[in-house]
Structures are given as structure tokens and as C-alpha cells.
Design a binder for this molecule. Structure first.
Ligand code: PLP
Length: 423
């Protein structure tokens, strides 16, 4: 690798996915495109989203409520268009995916089915400093079940002086709680450090002690390799507004392993949209679930939200998710190389990368701890048209995403960062 604009441009010229950038609306200021490295927060808008939504609006104007059954694209079947491309992204079977609600809501719903404390077996293992919404979900859900969060929630932290959590520490905590563990609910990729966890090993360890394993994939879905079905994961939930580019407040999704689809011993919260399809509109008493993950659906979904999701999933399918992962890794590798160069050219290290470097343990996000004047540097980046993310007390997170970011942008980011640190 070279720290050189011409080299970055050469990488872009050789990039087989470079044309996908044209599928997106890149934010610009006075005609100059900005560097948007916030795809881990809200992915950019695909150009085709507006026309997908417009089609739904036209259906609505033409048929009113009958648009559920009439027209070119009846809304009753809209969900079917989403689950195949989405299943390919999370490594599931289409029947194991349901597109519904939003992430925190879905986590609660999955807890209803998969957190079934029995006597002593009531503990939940999770990451310390999980995303706040997950923490509030745990706290309130456990309390609603009449249990004390302080007693049942076991948080695993990085070791002193380390930023990421060691797999061996997660596995040994699972073994330590072999007799009282009900559930391991973990993040697939930590939002702060960018660390990707070994979901297969965590799932195997949980199952070995008779517990369930579920994952919050907010920062993993559409970013890193997932093989949920093959790994035997019990359930997972994610949002679609980050790497999946489906718009602010986009519809979320959940995965439920097929072994549970017809397991009637499982508890769940139900609504009419999860009712078996052929007789749903008979409106009879007694809940009969759809025998797939769709059986966890509750409410009438919004075809408008679905349309935005479909527009984006079409782009993923055209690009090929494996190709995207390769490019995402190449972008973050290039960034790590340039960040090392910044440290090497300074008298003493000016920043510390807290994202793991091996490809199995990272996606495209890179988090760096700034040793001095972090916020000033961050503000300078923003003035220079670079969108990054600031996390207190001193971390800058960036996500060069493979669908619309370029190697030249990574180079521009690193150059601007270097200058901002020097000044
Ligand atoms: C890891 C993680 N969990 C949960 C959430 C909350 O998601 P939502 O607001 O869609 O419920 C987020 C949002 O960014 C997140 O990053």
C-alpha cells in the first residue's frame, strides 16, 4: 500500500463496484461532494428510493385499501420481495426472516420468546456498555418479568487497559454460569469499537450449557459476513437505516431459526399480521401463527417503508454482498495503513486505533481514540466537508462503506486528519 493520492485513485479505477456510487445521492455543499463516512449511522439515500415509494403512493391513489390485493404490486405480497435478498445478507433462509417494527421493539419481542427464566436459570449475559437502547431494553424487560436487573444481568467488559472484549472471556463467563444461564444476547459488531464478535463460538458455548443465543446486528447487517442459520443462532434483530440504506426510522427486521417456527411451546406476543395467511381475514378467535418467522409479525406493515427497503436491497443484490464485504475490508485496511502513517510521522502517537485489525474481527468501521485535541480535530474535519462521528470522551468513528465511498475519500480523510492534528 502507498500513502499517495494517485495510488488511491488507482484503487478506485480498479474497483469493480465503483459504479454503485452513482446509485446514491451524495451530500454536497456548494456543488462539492462531501465525504460521508456515517453509513454506520444513517446510510445515504439511493436515487431509486423515491420512485419505489412513489409506486406505492400511486397504488394507494388508484385503489385505496384494495391496493393490498390489486394493481401491479399488491401490498399483501410486498414482504415476499424483501426476505430473499435480506436472507442472503444475514445468512438465513428466507422463511427465517421477518421485516417488521424497529430494532428495540423487536428485541423486546424476541426476549418474550427466548428469555424464559426458570428457577435458578435466569441469567442473561451481555456486553458491558452495550448500546444504551439495549441496556434499557434489558433493564425494563427483566423488571417487567418480576426479576431484579442487578441480579440477572451479567455484563462482560474488556480487561483493564484493553478496549475490546476477548472471546475467551465471553466463553469462560458462559461456562461459569452453566447452571444459571438462560440467554446470551450480544452485539454482532460493537458500535463503539467496531469489534466483530465470533458469533458461532458464542452460540455454540451458549447451547452447550443449555442457554439460548441471540444477537443485535444493528452494525453488522449489511456490513460483515453473517451465517445465522449455519451457526445455529436462535434469533437476531437489526435495523435497516445504517448499512442497509433504507431511510431514517426505516423498518427493522428479525431472524428466528426455523426450528422454532412450529414450536408452540414458545411464548410470543401476537397480532393479526402474524396470523396464518389463508384464514387471517376470517378474523376468528385463537391465534394461529404463520409457520415461519412471519408468525412474529404483529401489525399491518407500511408499504411505504417496505418500498424504501426494497429499493436498497435491490442494489445489494446487484452488487453482491460478498463483493461488498471484500471492498469494505479493503477500505478499512487502507484507512488503518494511513492512520499508522500519521502516528509514525509524529513525535509520539497522536491517536490509537481501537478497532481490531484482523479481517474476521472488523467490518468497514474504524474507531480511533484521539490523544489530544480530539474534538477540535473533529470539528475541523466537519468544516472541511468530512462527516465523521464523535463519541465522548475522545473517539472518532468513521465508516467508509463499500457501496458509495471511495479509496480517494479515505485518503482525503487521512490527509485532512493529519493536517488538523498538526495545526
Ligand atoms: C447496537 C444498537 N442497538 C439498538 C439501537 C436502537 O435502534 P432503534 O432506534 O432502531 O430501536 C441502535 C441504534 O443505533 C444500535 O446501534
Amino acid at each position: 500500500m502507498l500513502n499517495d493520492l494517485a495510488y488511491a485513485r488507482q484503487l478506485d479505477a480498479e474497483d469493480p463496484l465503483r459504479s454503485f456510487r452513482r446509485e446514491f445521492i451524495i451530500p454536497s455543499d456548494q456543488g462539492k461532494e462531501q465525504v460521508y463516512f456515517l453509513g454506520n449511522s444513517l446510510g445515504l439515500q439511493p436515487k431509486r428510493t423515491a420512485s419505489f415509494i412513489d409506486k406505492v403512493l400511486q397504488q394507494w391513489s388508484r385503489y385505496g385499501v384494495e391496493a393490498f390485493f390489486l394493481g401491479e404490486d399488491p401490498w399483501m405480497h410486498y414482504h415476499d420481495h424483501l426476505i430473499k435478498p435480506l436472507a442472503a445478507i444475514v445468512g438465513a433462509m428466507p422463511s427465517e426472516v421477518v421485516v417488521m417494527n424497529q430494532l428495540t421493539v423487536n428485541l423486546h419481542l424476541m426476549m418474550v420468546s427466548f428469555y424464559r427464566p426458570e428457577g435458578r436459570r435466569n441469567k442473561i449475559i451481555c456486553e458491558a456498555r452495550a448500546f444504551p437502547s439495549d441496556q434499557y431494553m434489558f433493564e425494563t424487560h427483566v423488571r417487567a418479568m418480576g426479576l431484579d436487573p442487578e441480579e440477572v444481568i451479567v455484563e462482560i467488559s474488556p480487561r483493564k487497559g484493553e478496549h475490546t472484549i476477548r472471546l475467551e472471556d465471553i466463553l469462560s463467563a458462559i461456562r461459569l454460569h452453566a447452571d444459571d444461564l438462560a440467554l446470551v444476547l450480544w452485539g454482532g459488531l460493537n458500535y463503539y469499537t467496531g469489534q466483530v464478535f465470533d458469533m458461532k463460538s458464542i452460540t455454540d458455548a451458549a447451547h452447550a450449557v443449555g442457554a439460548k443465543a441471540g444477537f443485535d446486528l444493528a452494525h453488522a447487517a449489511g456490513n460483515v459476513n453473517l451465517r445465522l442459520h449455519e451457526w445455529g443462532v436462535d434469533f437476531a434483530c437489526w435495523c435497516s437505516y445504517k448499512y442497509l440504506n433504507s431511510g431514517p426510522g426505516a423498518v427493522g427486521a428479525a431472524y428466528v431459526h426455523e426450528r422454532y417456527h412450529e414450536d408452540h411451546s414458545l411464548q410470543r406476543f401476537a397480532g393479526w399480521w402474524g396470523y396464518e395467511k389463508s384464514s387471517r381475514f376470517k378474523m376468528e378467535k385463537g391465534f394461529v401463527p404463520v409457520p415461519t418467522a412471519e408468525g412474529w409479525q404483529l401489525s399491518t406493515p407500511s408499504p411505504i417503508m417496505y418500498a424504501a427497503h426494497r429499493a436498497s436491497l435491490e442494489i445489494f443484490a446487484a452488487a453482491g454482498f460478498e463483493n461488498l464485504q471484500q471492498k469494505g475490508q479493503a477500505l478499512s485496511d487502507f484507512l488503518l495503513f494511513l492512520l499508522d502513517g500519521i502516528n509514525e510521522s509524529a513525535d509520539s502517537p497522536v491517536l490509537e486505533v481501537i478497532t481490531p485489525r484482523d479481517r474476521a474481527s472488523k467490518g468497514c468501521q474504524v474507531s480511533m481514540l484521539m490523544h489530544r485535541r480530539g474534538k477540535e480535530v473533529f470539528d475541523r474535519l466537519f468544516r472541511e466537508g468530512i462527516f465523521a462521528d464523535w463519541r465522548e470522551p475522545n473517539v472518532i468513528r468513521v465508516a467508509p462503506v463499500p457501496l458509495y465511498n471511495s479509496f480517494e475519500e479515505v485518503w482525503r480523510f487521512a490527509e485532512t486528519l493529519k493536517q488538523a492534528i498538526r495545526e
